[in-house]
Ligand binder design. Structure first.
Ligand code: PMP
Length: 384
């Protein structure tokens, strides 16, 4: 090995020693909740496919039709040649779904966060961010020239203490996940909006895990009845919307600004017709049929009841169930034992969660059957 690569080898060895080494595992997906590995069937409990729409016949058909009609690739970035007709339809549908003037599609939720935060804030500005916000928000803050201040998780006293010491007239952006990706809890958006109004701050909410879930699927703004009161609603097309991509929804002026300033929007080839067609179809299914989200919440209540019957005190408000076991080793051991039972439930370790907060993250889907859920919870409880 070349000497100048040695330091990477050392870092990898350290990761192994700390039980923090990670690598992707290849599966063959066969349905919304089942995958094959080495010719054996596994139950998927780690996917963000909350409504199971990745395998919905209409969604698949829409993607196939889009390829047949418009081809496979978009051929260019959005502002050069890649804005095919489906973008206009999806952006219109997203704006309506989110009850706001305009929406803008990015290539991923990650890129939407990074591009939006860094474009909206500059030298003399401030970003005020929840300590448990998603990595893509953190990276957006790092890329911005603004000063970032972190408030304790969902702690409104801490948020207010920060806000009251900042200059009233400077741009201040409060940014939060609505549903926290590794804890499944919900940010107090109504209180955040109140403080933002009091201290003249902008608000940005990341609805990656709320779209298709909270507020009959419309997201956190509908859940809290805050229509017109949140400046930027961000989302992803990659979770409940069963495809790939991210989006930002807000007032026309903000979207116009982002089109011209958000570098992750401007300098990357646009998503393919199949990506956009599948999320457009998924969105239309959610908008026209409450039963999908209802089924998800039936499953969430069912899991809640199972935990309660076993005297485990967990209050579930979203499909994300964190089982915190603290040690990296224990999280890995439980994940491995569940794997031996043909259940895939990932061990989440630092840096995804803080030190000593390693956990199993269970993700419930509308497509899980009650038998699936009963089996998983029974096996999981035996290992705790
Ligand atoms: N925000 C949150 C809260 C997320 O959990 C994720 C993905 N895990 C993202 C943004 C990024 O979305 P995408 O996967 O579409 O890049």
């Amino acid at each position: 090995m070349q000497d100048n690569l040695n330091k990477y080898l050392t870092e990898i060895e350290i990761l192994h020693q700390q039980q923090l080494y990670r690598k992707p595992i290849t599966y063959i997906p066969i349905s919304a909740t089942k995958v094959l590995k080495d010719n054996e069937e596994f139950l998927m409990m780690a996917s963000n496919n909350y409504l199971g729409l990745t395998h919905h016949p209409q969604v698949k058909k829409a993607a196939i039709k889009a390829i047949e009609k418009y081809g496979t690739g978009s051929g260019g970035s959005r502002l050069i040649s890649g804005s095919h007709i489906l973008f206009a339809k999806l952006e219109q549908a997203l704006a309506e779904f989110k009850s706001i003037e305009k929406a803008l599609v990015f290539n991923t939720g990650y890129m939407a966060n990074v591009g939006t935060i860094s474009a909206l804030t500059n030298n003399n500005d401030y970003i005020i961010s929840d300590e448990l916000n998603h990595a893509s928000i953190i990276d957006g803050c790092r890329l911005s020239k603004a000063k970032t201040l972190i408030y304790r998780h969902k702690n409104m006293t801490d948020l207010e203490n920060i806000l009251k010491n900042l200059p009233y007239s400077h741009t201040k952006l409060i940014v939060t996940d609505s549903v926290f990706s590794m804890d499944g809890d919900i940010a107090p958006l109504d209180e955040i909006v109140y403080l933002a109004h009091k201290y003249n701050a902008l608000t940005m909410v990341d609805d990656a895990h709320a779209t298709g879930v909270l507020g009959k699927g419309h997201g956190s703004v509908e859940h809290f009845h805050l229509q017109g009161k949140i400046d930027i609603q961000l989302g992803t097309l990659s979770k409940a919307l069963a495809s790939e991509g991210g989006f930002v929804a807000g007032k026309k002026i903000l979207i116009e600004y982002l089109i011209n300033k958000a570098r992750s929007y401007i300098f990357s080839t646009a998503l393919t017709p199949a990506d956009i067609a599948s999320s457009l179809e998924a969105l239309s299914l959610i908008a026209n049929d409450n039963s999908l989200v209802d089924k998800l919440y039936d499953n969430i209540s069912y899991v809640q009841d199972l935990f309660q019957q076993n005297n485990i005190d967990i209050n579930l408000t979203t499909p994300i169930v964190p089982i915190i076991v603290h040690s990296n080793e224990k999280a890995l051991q439980i994940a491995q034992k569940l794997y031996e039972k043909h259940i895939i439930l990932s061990a989440i370790r630092p840096p995804t969660v803080p030190q000593n907060q390693s956990r199993l993250r269970l993700a419930i889907s509308a497509s899980h059957t009650q038998e699936d859920l009963h089996f998983v919870i029974t096996e999981l409880i035996k290992l705790l």
